[in-house]
Design a protein around this ligand. Structure first.
Ligand code: DX5
Ligand code: ZN
Length: 216
């Protein structure tokens, strides 16, 4: 199975959001990554459920919502109702993981968890069975267009080994994916690549997706 591509809309041109969404679909993206930032968990603010809902009305792509929120349990329901298909929270947030996981499941959505570059895999061990997605950050969250931190590569390898022992989660890498590391990540066996700047600044988005999926 080829890698799935999840373009991160924060790197798109928001003055032309509808066209950008159409172009993302036409390029062959598998889902759309939505970076929600609260200015507390990360030093930046993006958008909330209102924009997610508008995006959901403009695209048929599944919505891969990445909550960079200090207390995700307070907003999970709003993002579910706004049309998110996968809801990813940070294990470093202040909410209790079991509570957030239960809420997302009861809302009928897929459960994702994200790990900052310095967070070790072992913090996930108690909940490993519960996740549909593990989102490994390749940068410190907050901004698109940052440089990939290579020291996260062993963590990706470790999680791929754990997955082979019989877990259902998809492994996604988010932040700093570019022309230099994308091939390597695909070859390692990553399931999903999130891409902001690399995708939205590409002159030929369709060719880029085909390239990453090994179709050319
Ligand atoms: C970082 C975000 C990422 C990022 C991806 O806080 O979670 O999704 O925007 O953008 P690039 O690929 O440009 O790093
Ligand atoms: Zn993200």
């Amino acid at each position: 199975m080829s890698v799935k591509i999840s373009p991160s809309i924060i790197a798109a041109d928001f003055t032309r959001l509808r066209e950008e969404l159409k172009s993302t679909e036409e390029a062959g993206a598998d889902m759309l990554h939505l970076d929600v930032m609260d200015g507390v968990f990360v030093p930046n603010i993006t958008f909330g459920p209102m924009i997610v809902e508008a995006i959901d009305r403009m695209t048929d792509l599944p919505l891969d919502t990445h909550l960079m929120l200090i207390e995700p349990h307070r907003y999970v329901e709003n993002f579910a109702r706004a049309g998110s298909d996968i809801i990813t929270f940070h294990i470093e947030s202040r909410s209790k993981p079991r509570v957030v996981i239960k809420m997302i499941k009861e809302l009928g959505k897929k459960v994702g968890v994200s790990l900052n570059p310095r967070t070790p895999v072992r913090v996930l061990y108690p909940y490993m069975d519960e996740f549909d997605l593990i989102l490994v950050m390749g940068v410190n969250p907050g901004f698109y267009g940052q440089k990939f931190i290579p020291s996260v590569l062993p963590k990706i390898e470790r999680l791929l080994e754990i997955k082979k022992t019989g877990f259902k989660f998809q492994l996604s890498v988010d932040g700093g994916v570019n022309s230099e590391n994308a091939r390597r990540l695909v070859d390692m066996g990553v399931d999903i690549l999130v891409t902001g700047k690399y995708f939205y600044s590409s002159k030929d988005r369709k060719a880029l997706v085909a390239h990453l999926k090994n179709q050319v």
